[in-house]
Design a protein around this ligand. Structure first.
Ligand SMILES: Cc1ncc(COP(=O)(O)O)c(C=O)c1O
Length: 364
């Protein structure tokens, strides 16, 4: 038996929404409102409700969401902001693009999230904020991070780009921090049909500020109270996202079922992700580790199984940051980059396909 298993197939993932998408596209085309209309307002309201926050503001991407969230804090220029060393590059870029200094902290080896024991040694008088990244869909230890931020008077931001609907101690991620950002990049658990993102917060002050920043510093046409950006969520993307949002819990539950199979049946040779006992992951990514990762990846490919790498080069070693950090100071991030492998866990995957992946993996 030879089965082909794609890592991701966005046409398949979106197949069941096709008729609703086509219908909303036709309606929007007839109405003719493409920027900042009712679809954006409706989606923002639903997204804030879903995240257990008072406000949500739709923007153009997850990177812009996080950059605007940082800008909303109005920190002194070149403030230090603590970020995990193991994350997607956008987390670090958002700090730089907002005019601040990213300070990298190593992750925990088994949860892949920032190691809260290593944060305080990096705090200086210039440190103003911490960004918790719920990597792979798995929540950070939010009680510890909140306590550290409280003790050191730091703002707490959440990069929840990979964790739509995940919870820590029963409370949704995105609702723990002062502000939180989400990406709706097509491959995310809640994915648009193009780029999209959102900021959520409880504070009206931040809400007003992000609204201004995303739209040229303006809430009234041609009246500009500050120098803003153009990073609005499109009407069509908001409409598509609103349709999919109704299915998000079902998508997350399905991915959780697939993850349960991996947890139960993959051999101990593979290091499986550790989810904190107080946390509910949404398994955007199912990340395992193996010392012979590249050989394993090639073996799986020969058997028709595609996998992913998140991420193949540790951030401090990326060419974009040449001279900024020394990779030898980040041995855990380096080790993860060398040994991590992402297994198929998309909405369209069937349980029997995952059982096949497990069977083939256990023969490695
Ligand atoms: C952890 C993390 N932060 C931020 C982003 C940025 O999101 P976007 O690609 O929508 O700009 C991503 C998206 O890939 C991400 O995974």
């Amino acid at each position: 038996m030879h089965i082909e298993i794609a890592y991701e197939d966005l046409a398949k993932t979106n197949h069941c929404f096709r008729e609703d998408f086509q219908s909303i596209f036709s309606q929007t085309l007839i109405q003719g409102q493409f920027v900042l209309g009712q679809h954006v307002a409706d989606f923002e309201k639903s997204w804030a409700d879903y995240c257990q926050t008072r406000f949500a503001v739709g923007v153009n991407s997850g990177l812009d969401a996080l950059t605007l969230a940082i800008l909303a804090l109005e920190l002194p220029p070149k403030s230090e902001i603590i970020v995990p060393a193991h994350t997607f590059i956008a987390t670090v870029l958002s700090v730089l693009q907002a005019g601040h200094i990213p300070v990298l902290v190593e992750p925990e080896e088994h949860t892949y999230n920032i190691d809260h024991h290593r944060i305080e040694e990096k705090i200086t008088p210039q440190t103003k904020a911490l960004i918790a990244v719920h990597l792979y869909g798995s929540p950070c230890k939010m009680d510890a991070l909140k306590r550290i931020c409280g003790q050191h008077h730091l703002y707490l931001l959440e990069d929840a780009a990979q964790a739509h609907g995940a919870r820590f101690q029963g409370q949704k991620v995105g609702s723990w921090g002062d502000l939180a950002s989400f990406s709706f990049y097509p491959a995310k658990n809640l994915g648009a049909l193009g780029d999209a993102g959102a900021v959520v917060c409880h504070s009206e002050k931040y809400f007003q500020k992000i609204n201004l920043l995303r739209n040229y510093g303006s809430t009234q046409k041609y009246i500009h109270s500050e120098q803003g950006y153009n990073t609005r969520l499109d009407e069509l993307q908001a409409a598509f996202l609103h349709i999919k949002l109704k299915a998000l819990d079902r998508i997350n539950a399905h991915k959780n079922d697939l993850a349960t199979l991996y947890h139960a049946h993959l051999k101990e040779d593979f290091v499986k992700p550790h989810i904190l006992p107080e946390a509910e992951s949404v398994y955007h990514i199912f990340a395992i580790r193996h010392p012979q990762r590249d050989k394993l990846r090639e073996y799986l490919l020969q058997k028709g199984i595609q996998t992913g790498l998140h991420y193949p080069i540790a951030l401090p070693a990326q060419e974009a940051f040449l001279g900024k950090w020394n990779i030898n100071d980040y041995p855990i991030s380096k080790k993860i980059a060398e040994t991590q492998l992402s297994l198929p866990i998309a909405f369209f995957h069937q349980k029997n396909e995952i059982a096949y992946v497990i069977e083939i993996m256990n023969q490695f």
